[in-house]
Write a protein that binds this ligand. Structure first.
Ligand code: CMC
Length: 428
């Protein structure tokens, strides 16, 4: 902790001055409570809709500098991790604070493979979904339903129990995701293959047909691994904050992760990659790009895959994704939507509206184009995001659960509704 001095404030309502400590570049909102106009006054609140300027926790997991385009997991730059480690090792890093050594890495990977199976009843309730059910809806429901199979997960203060659920959630996400996909297409469920890597096994469960053993293409397997890693954590985003907030009630992690997945489903968060593809298809050709940009500037639409609450210069994940796109297209053939995306990016990055609003391509702008080239239907895009983000949600859940400063989350409000009134029409 760095003690940075104090903030002096004078309340012009009373003329009184206060000294408020500044620690780690922040004041404690509770220190404002002493600022009152009368003894029975509740005290001053800070008002911060959408938490634009409020730190809700101390965290040692992920560092972002939005102006400089920096993203680090436990201190390691995302560029180095993406080049030299695997998604599962990055998950281990997020959860445990250090990268695993060779033995730890092998054991961790084996442990995850061992837990990829789901109870056969899970298939039964996936069968109950309508054939065109959105797979993200299936994921939200099935992740929550896992809590009913593991009632011991309620022991959230038992560290060993907590770890068991962490392993299960990371291990079972690809299985639930692939089953959701297979259900939509009326295909038989393909079971996990413990001999394959984490992304390789997922590809196996997605695409295996009559072949005795599915062999993933190593380039696609690697690309998927990198994509999962790029999505693994992004500090206090909407879904991770949901995980922490719901987890703060001490509910089991399956229920909390279902809430996080629900938050991710929205088009402004993890649902954006799906919307990017729909947008590119709607634009239809490079010639239509200028007219589309004009509609965005007129406020009619948002350019999906552009802009970020935190990154205001560039999104480092988008840069890495663009690099792996080329590798993927060498296997799958070039996605025709790429030309529209490149033209959109070119015009937008040169346009005064986008420059002044600091709008740049985010992680979702190119990931959807890659997923589509790999054969994933659009509705699966947010599901892929959810698989990648699970370790981050769990790392934050663990950290929040162990933080002695945390309590059940319960924001305040500024009440602006009716004053006291009575059913007989009289007012106080
Ligand atoms: N297209 C056009 N204008 C935009 C866009 C966009 N994509 N994003 C923001 N703006 C404008 C917005 O209209 C506003 O303009 P003005 O000040 O003139 O009214 C200004 O920029 C600030 O927008 P905001 O909504 O206050 O910004 P925010 O920080 O609350 O929103 C965002 C961040 C990501 C929700 C937003 O940029 C957006 O809706 N982008 C499109 C959806 C998207 O790609 N989401 C994925 C985010 S990255 C993956 C993840 O981590 O979830």
């Amino acid at each position: 902790m760095t003690n940075d001095g104090t903030l002096q404030v004078t309340d012009t309502r009373t003329g009184r001055s206060y000294e408020i400590p500044i620690v780690d570049g922040a004041i404690r909102a509770l220190d404002l409570r002493q600022i009152k106009v009368a003894d029975d006054d509740f005290g001053l609140l800070s008002y911060d809709p959408a938490f634009m300027n409020t730190a809700s926790c101390r965290s040692a997991i992920t560092y972002i500098d939005g102006d400089k385009g920096i993203l680090r997991y436990r201190g390691y730059p995302i560029e180095e991790l993406a080049r030299h480690t695997t998604f599962l090792d990055a998950a281990y890093l997020l959860l445990n604070g250090e990268l695993p050594d060779k033995d730890e890495s092998q054991n961790w990977s084996r442990e995850i493979s061992h837990h990829t199976y789901v109870h056969e009843n899970v298939k039964k309730f996936i069968d109950g979904f309508h054939h065109d059910a959105h797979p993200m809806g299936i994921i939200v429901s099935t992740v929550a339903a896992l809590s009913t199979f593991y009632p011991e997960a309620k022991a959230v203060s038992d560290q060993a129990r907590r770890r068991e659920q962490v392993v299960r959630l990371i291990a079972k996400m690809p299985t639930l995701a692939a089953f959701a996909y297979r259900h939509a297409f009326g295909l038989p469920y393909a079971y996990p293959d413990a001999e394959l890597s984490y992304p390789g096994n997922f590809l196996n469960m997605m695409w295996k047909m009559t072949e005795p053993r599915y062999q993933p293409d190593p380039i696609l397997e690697h690309a998927l691994d990198v994509l999962f890693m790029l999505h693994a954590d992004h500090e206090q985003n909407c879904s991770t904050s949901s995980m922490r907030i719901v987890g703060s009630s001490q509910v089991d992690p399956y229920s909390a992760a279902a809430a996080a997945a629900a938050a991710l489903y929205g088009p402004l968060h993890g649902g954006a990659n799906e919307q990017v593809l729909r947008m590119l298809k709607e634009i239809g050709s490079v010639d239509n790009v200028p007219a589309y940009i004009a509609r965005v500037k007129a406020g009619e639409l948002r350019l999906m895959g552009f802009g970020h609450r935190v990154y205001k210069n560039f999104d480092p994940r988008a840069k890495i994704i663009k690099e792996i796109a080329d590798e993927v297209f060498q296997v799958t053939g070039r996605n025709p939507l790429l030309d529209i995306a490149l033209e959109l990016e070119r015009i937008a990055l040169d346009d005064e509206y986008f420059i002044s609003h600091k709008l740049y391509p985010n992680v979702d702008f190119y990931s959807g184009i890659i997923y589509q080239a790999m054969g994933f239907p659009e509705a699966m895009f947010p599901v892929l995001f959810a698989i990648g983000r699970m370790p981050g949600w769990l790392a934050h859940w663990q950290e929040g659960s162990a933080d002695p400063e945390q309590k059940i989350s319960r924001p305040r409000q500024l009440y602006v509704g009716a004053g006291m009134r009575h059913l007989d029409g009289t007012l106080d």
